[in-house]
Ligand binder design. Structure first.
Ligand code: PLP
Length: 399
């Protein structure tokens, strides 16, 4: 979808894009300046495979301060993006025949990453707040279950898992020897007093078995700098470092220097961005909630809204004549008729929904939301409507 929008825009077609998985902000100035200076000073050489000592130290300080977790620099591996941190954790942890539990809705890449590591993704649904349930995890557990992929705050739902639930899940994982790969890339983007908790901080025993993943992309608007990291038990961190020395050599030297500056001095810029997202999120979700029939939970974190199309499914769109069978049909109609681009829910294992990114300017958001609301209202018009149906999500249980 992102590529299609780009192509349409290149052809001169005006499209309002709400697809972005990246902040529409620039990195903290200090990070940019540090990067420029590093280039001028000829610092663009290979570094240690697991990252520079200075950045690993800065990451430890960041984790201690933000997540209340103590790690040694030797337990940190700096990676070329959080994505690679997750893939390399899986490559180090699982092998053919292993199973990895993946609660959905989830980030598109998780099931594919598990398959890349020769293991089997076991997809399971969440409750109506988009929280995984221990009973569901337990129901899917087999002797082959090796790991659980958790993501809080969540892409695409914005759900922030509460401390009590993380305790329950963490203790269950520990009891059954299941490693948690905890993707906390959106940790700093929580709103209206919501608190992010790392499962490792809630259940300290997990620090011996599990992996914490973070990065610079979302918190510091540094997506293209490709900087992520993981914190893991020493043996696992050493293994991932060795793997990385063969796969990537080392992470980008210049981006590492910029990341040290961002982590040490970019806090204010990070907070300003968070506040901007907090403001937009309220406007976006309140507009969506005002649409007759549309269900949209208020996301506590990240920068996405994930409305459920339940009552709109099965309806025929008057402008295009298309019947809306799922979120993918809806986003096609939106693109064709309204020139608004979103992402269909099937990409996240939740086909009846669609994802709106609010990493877009106020003007774009306002106009795009107006068009989305009008399209939904048109779908519900009685004389044109089909039967409609209530939400049904394969693999997704409701309370
Ligand atoms: C949940 C989640 N984890 C990880 C990533 C990857 O981040 P990075 O840019 O650091 O590779 C993304 C990017 O969209 C994401 O949404």
């Amino acid at each position: 979808m992102v590529q299609r929008v780009k192509q349409m825009q290149d052809e001169g077609i005006e499209v309002l894009g709400l697809t972005a998985g990246e902040p529409d902000f620039t990195p903290p100035k200090v990070a940019e300046e540090a990067g420029i200076e590093a280039i001028r000073n000829g610092m663009g050489r290979y570094t240690a495979a697991a990252g520079t000592q200075e950045l690993r130290q800065a990451i430890c300080e960041h984790i201690r301060q933000d997540l209340r977790l103590a790690y040694e620099p030797s337990q940190i591996v700096v990676t070329n993006g959080a994505k690679i941190a997750i893939v390399q954790s899986l490559l180090a942890l699982v092998q053919e025949g292993d199973e990895v539990l993946v609660p959905t809705p989830c980030w598109t890449s998780y099931p594919e990453m598990v398959k890349l590591a020769d293991a089997k993704p076991v997809i399971l649904g969440c409750d109506e707040r988009n929280f995984p349930r221990v009973a569901d995890l337990e129901a899917q557990r087999t002797p082959a279950t090796r790991a659980l992929l958790l993501n809080t705050p969540n892409n695409p739902t914005g759900a922030v898992l509460p401390e009590a639930l993380l305790r329950e899940i963490g203790e269950w994982a520990l009891e059954h020897g299941i490693s948690v790969i905890s993707d906390e890339i959106y940790a700093s983007l929580v709103y209206d007093g919501a608190t992010h908790h790392s499962p490792m901080a809630v259940v300290p025993g997990l620090q011996e078995t599990s992996v914490l993943v973070g990065g610079m992309s979302k918190a510091y608007a540094m997506t293209g700098w490709r900087m992520g990291f993981l914190a893991a038990p020493q043996m696992l961190a050493t293994a991932v470092g060795a793997l990385q020395s063969q796969l990537a050599g080392s992470p980008s030297a210049i981006a590492q220097i910029a990341s040290v500056a961002a982590l040490r001095h970019g806090g204010e810029a990070r907070e300003q961005m968070r506040q901007a997202f907090e403001h937009r999120r309220r406007r976006v979700v309140e507009t969506l909630q005002a649409v007759d029939g549309l269900e949209c939970a208020m996301p506590d974190g990240a920068f996405y809204a994930f409305p459920d199309l339940g009552p709109f499914l099965g309806r025929r769109d008057p402008a295009t004549g298309r019947t809306i069978g799922n979120g993918d049909d809806f986003i096609e109609v939106l693109l064709e008729a309204d020139r608004v681009a979103c992402i269909g829910g099937s990409a996240f294992g939740s086909p009846d929904s669609f994802r709106i990114s609010f990493a877009a300017s106020d003007e774009v958001l306002e106009e795009a939301l107006r068009r989305i609301a009008a399209r939904l209202a048109a779908l519900l018009q009685k004389n044109l409507s089909g039967p409609g149906r209530s939400p049904t999500r394969p693999g997704r249980k409701k309370d």
